[in-house]
Design a protein around this ligand. Structure first.
Ligand SMILES: Nc1ncnc2c1ncn2[C@@H]1O[C@H](COP(=O)(O)OP(=O)(O)OP(=O)(O)O)[C@@H](O)[C@H]1O
Length: 293
């Protein structure tokens, strides 16, 4: 199942669509400015996108690696890893059946950029899964709508019950995407997109392998968005204007480990190198819908 949470540790978000579902993630807000959690997987903020709520969560920077600063291409453009054993998703197998779509990749690679367009152009295809969090509601946030607000004890109990497909803690608050939240979206005939960090994806894949994340609908599709180079990644993060030197360093450090995992054999169904937005968006559509937009 796919919990969603995104946050500034790295961030997570979750989104959902209709004919082909999507998961969303959220995160605590440090992320884009410390804030916008593309909802879902660890969120911090909530926004609206093409009629769909996007929660952005902070993705925990759980991996510490040194960032490279050269401009060497990180991934061969044609690199399409084999199907992930955990999900056995078939890239391009399309969206007749709502399915979980898991989008991951280093902070700043352009996931939000691609998802924003995808959701705007396909307003009825994706649904939103409401994440759980232990943080206090912000002004205007509605329990059960923006988040399921729970106490730390309740959250701990849910973890023990394996209610979350993925969960993480950031800045003292926990965020998680419940299997139920994801399944509800799938059951409504919409896709669910989860924009979560690599650690969350690994949790999810492990849960699927162990049979703890059984979801209705089609098989999960794991997509990894990679930057053309670490130099480009740094420039994008700086250009976004959301980071200070400290958070920038953390994101770049985490990016090295995430790149190593994402481009590793069989970890995801497809690696999309976001050198050019148009090309990357076309590849995203091909992976999800099996055709060009
Ligand atoms: N192909 C591209 N070429 C140049 N700039 C890009 C490209 N794609 C995205 N960007 C820019 O890079 C910055 C980071 O993109 P974005 O916020 O979408 O990344 P992200 O992967 O969602 O990051 P995070 O995980 O931190 O939310 C943005 O300013 C965006 O406009």
């Amino acid at each position: 199942m796919l919990p969603a949470a995104v946050a500034a540790r790295c961030c997570r978000r979750a989104y959902a669509t209709v004919p082909s579902p999507v998961f969303a993630s959220r995160s605590p807000a440090t992320r884009k400015q410390g804030v916008r959690l593309l909802a879902a997987v660890a969120l911090v903020g909530v926004s609206s996108l093409g009629g769909y709520r996007l929660y952005h969560s902070l993705k925990a920077s759980r991996q510490q690696h040194h960032a490279e600063e050269d401009n060497t291409p990180l991934v061969k453009p044609a690199h399409h890893p084999p199907s992930v054993a955990a999900g056995k998703a078939a890239p391009g197998a399309a969206a007749e059946q709502p399915r979980p779509i898991i989008l991951c990749g280093p902070s700043g690679t352009g996931k939000s950029t691609l998802l924003k367009r995808l959701l705007a152009e396909n307003p009825t295809k994706f649904g939103f899964s409401v994440s759980h969090t232990t943080r206090k509601p912000r002004a205007g946030e509605v329990d059960g709508k923006d988040y399921h607000f729970v106490t730390p004890d309740q959250f701990t109990a849910l973890v023990a019950e394996r209610a979350f497909v993925e969960h993480a803690t950031f800045a003292g608050n926990s965020y998680g995407t419940s299997l139920t939240a994801v399944s509800d979206v799938l059951a409504s005939g919409r896709n669910v997109i989860l924009d979560i960090d690599v650690q969350g994806v690994r949790q999810l894949q492990e849960a699927i392998k162990k049979g703890h994340a059984q979801m209705q609908g089609g098989s999960p599709l794991f997509l990894f968005v990679a930057p053309p180079s670490m130099k480009d990644l740094e420039q994008r993060l700086r250009g976004r204007g959301t980071e200070n030197e400290e958070t920038l360093k953390k994101r770049l450090e985490a990016a090295n480990g995430e790149m190593e995992w994402g481009t590793g054999e069989g970890h995801v169904d497809r690696v999309i190198v976001n050198s050019d937005v148009e090309t990357a968006y076309r590849e995203l559509n091909e992976a999800i819908f099996g055709k060009k937009p």
